[in-house]
Design a protein around this ligand. Structure first.
Ligand code: NAD
Ligand code: DAU
Length: 356
C-alpha cells in the first residue's frame, strides 16, 4: 500500500493511473480535498478497482491522516497535494500558506508519529516523497547555468515561497528526526488532464473556442517543459532508488519562451483541427498585462537524477506536445466538465483586469 496525496489533480492523477496500470504495484490510498483543481472524473477508469481507495479529505487534518496511516499502514507516501497556480497565489495567497505550509507540516507530524511506531525493515524502508518545483530557486538570467540541487532558494511568488517553506520542513524532518524523506524539484509539466488555467491547456481550449490567447508581457519568459508521464516515471525511480535526505531535480532539458509554446500549439491545431475560416489560430494571440513579479527564466539541470538513478525523459517536446494537443481534441467532454461556474469566475477575475 502507498498513500498518495493530491491524486485527483493533474500530476497526482497521472501518477495514480500509471502506477495502477503497472502490474505488481501495490494498492493506492488517494487522499484529496477535491479543490477546484481536483477532479474525480480523471480517475473514472478506476471505478470498481479495489486497488484504488479514494478518501475525500485534507492533508492538514491530522486526525484523519493518523487514522488512514494506522488503518492502511503504507510503506510510502507521495505528497502531491498543494495549491499550484502562481496567478491564484497572487490574488489569494492565504490558501497557499494553509495547504502548502500548514498542511505539509500537519502531514509531516502525522507521518512522524506513524513512522515512530514502525520497526525493522518497515521502518528503514519507509519513504516520504515530497513533490516540489523548480520555482523555489527563483529566476535565472539569460546566460546563467541551469538550476542544480545546490542552487540557493530564492522564491519570488507566494506560491513558490509556500513550496520553499514546505521543502524546508521536509528537509528539517529528515535532519532532526531522521524521517526517510526524498524531495523532487521539477520543471513545468504538460500533458493529459491539465487544468485549463495553466498556459498550454488554456491556449488549446481558448483557441478552439475562438477566444483570445492571452500572452503575459512580451511572451519571452522561458520555462523548461516536461511531459507529465516523464515526471511520474522520475518520481517512481526516486521512490525506488533515491537516497534518503537527497533532493533530485527533474526536467526535460527543454527550455522554450512562452511565445514559441503558443505558436507551436497554434500550428498543431492548424494541422489537426483547422479553423473553419481557414485563418491561422495564431491570429488569436493577444498580449496582455504581465504577471506581477513574473520570473523571467527557469531551467533545470537534471544531471544528478540521470547520473545517479539512470532516469531520462522518454518524450521530446515535439512528441509530447503533439500527444497533448491530440488528447485535448479527443477529450472535449472532460474540458467542458471542468469549466464550471467556479472556473468562469476565475477567468473573469484573472483576465478581466488585464489590459490587452
Ligand atoms: P493541481 O493543482 O492540478 O492538483 C493539486 C491537487 O491537490 C488537487 O487534486 C487538489 O484537490 C489537491 N489538494 C489541494 N489542497 C489539498 C489539501 N489541503 N489536502 C488534500 N488535497 C489537496 O497540481 P499539480 O499541477 O498536479 O501539482 C502537483 C504537485 O506538483 C504540487 O505540489 C506542485 O507544487 C508540484 N509541481 C507541479 C508542477 C506543474 O507543472 N504542474 C511542476 C513541478 C511541481
Ligand atoms: O515550474 C514549475 C511550475 O510550473 C509549477 O510549480 C507550477 O505549479 C505550475 O503551475 C507552473 O508554473 P508557471 O507559472 O510556470 O505555469 P503557468 O502555466 O501558469 O505559466 C507558464 C508561463 O506562461 C508563465 O511564464 C506565465 C505564462 N502565461 C500563463 C498563463 C496562464 C501566459 O503568458 N498567459 C497565461 O494566460
Amino acid at each position: 500500500m502507498i498513500l498518495v496525496t493530491g491524486g485527483a489533480g493533474f500530476i497526482g492523477a497521472n501518477f495514480v493511473l500509471d502506477w495502477l496500470a503497472s502490474p505488481g504495484n501495490e494498492a493506492v490510498v488517494n487522499l484529496d480535498i477535491l479543490s477546484y483543481a481536483g477532479n474525480p472524473e480523471t480517475l473514472a477508469s478506476l471505478a470498481g478497482d479495489a486497488r484504488h481507495i479514494f478518501v475525500h479529505g485534507d492533508i492538514g487534518d491530522s486526525a484523519l491522516v493518523a487514522r488512514l496511516l494506522a488503518e492502511h499502514r503504507p510503506r510510502a507516501i507521495v505528497n502531491f497535494a498543494a495549491e499550484s497556480h502562481v496567478d491564484r497565489s497572487i490574488h489569494s495567497p492565504g490558501a497557499f500558506i494553509q495547504t502548502n505550509v500548514v498542511g505539509t507540516f500537519n502531514l509531516l507530524e502525522a507521518v512522524r508519529a506513524y513512522w515512530g511506531t514502525l520497526d525493522g525493515a518497515a521502518k528503514s524502508d519507509f519513504r516520504f516523497l515530497h513533490v516540489s518545483t523548480d520555482e523555489v530557486y527563483g529566476s535565472l538570467g539569460k546566460d546563467e547555468p541551469a538550476f542544480t540541487e545546490q542552487h540557493r532558494y530564492e522564491p519570488n511568488s507566494p506560491y513558490s515561497a509556500s513550496k520553499a517553506a514546505s521543502d524546508h520542513l521536509v528537509r528539517a524532518y529528515h535532519h532532526t528526526y531522521g524521517l526517510p524523506v526524498l524531495t523532487t524539484n521539477c520543471s513545468n509539466n504538460y500533458g493529459p488532464y491539465h487544468f485549463p488555467e495553466k498556459l498550454i491547456p488554456l491556449m488549446i481550449v481558448n483557441a478552439l473556442a475562438g477566444k483570445a490567447l492571452p500572452v503575459y508581457g512580451d511572451g519571452q519568459q522561458i520555462r523548461d517543459w516536461l511531459y507529465v508521464k516523464d515526471h511520474c516515471s522520475a518520481i517512481r525511480r526516486v521512490l525506488e532508488a533515491g537516497t534518503t535526505g537527497e533532493v533530485y531535480n527533474v526536467g526535460g532539458w527543454n527550455e522554450k519562451p512562452n511565445l514559441d509554446i503558443v505558436h507551436t500549439v497554434c500550428a498543431l491545431l492548424d494541422e489537426l483541427r483547422p479553423r473553419t475560416d481557414g485563418a491561422a489560430y495564431s491570429q488569436q494571440i493577444t498580449y496582455v498585462t504581465d504577471r506581477p513579479g513574473h520570473d523571467r527564466r527557469y531551467a533545470i539541470d537534471a544531471g544528478k537524477i540521470e547520473r545517479e538513478l539512470g532516469w531520462k525523459p522518454a518524450e521530446t517536446f515535439e512528441t509530447g506536445i503533439r500527444k497533448t494537443v491530440q488528447w485535448y481534441l479527443d477529450h472535449q467532454d472532460w474540458v467542458a466538465n471542468v469549466q464550471s461556474g467556479a472556473y468562469r469566475d476565475w477567468v473573469e477575475q484573472n483576465y478581466g483586469e488585464r489590459v490587452a
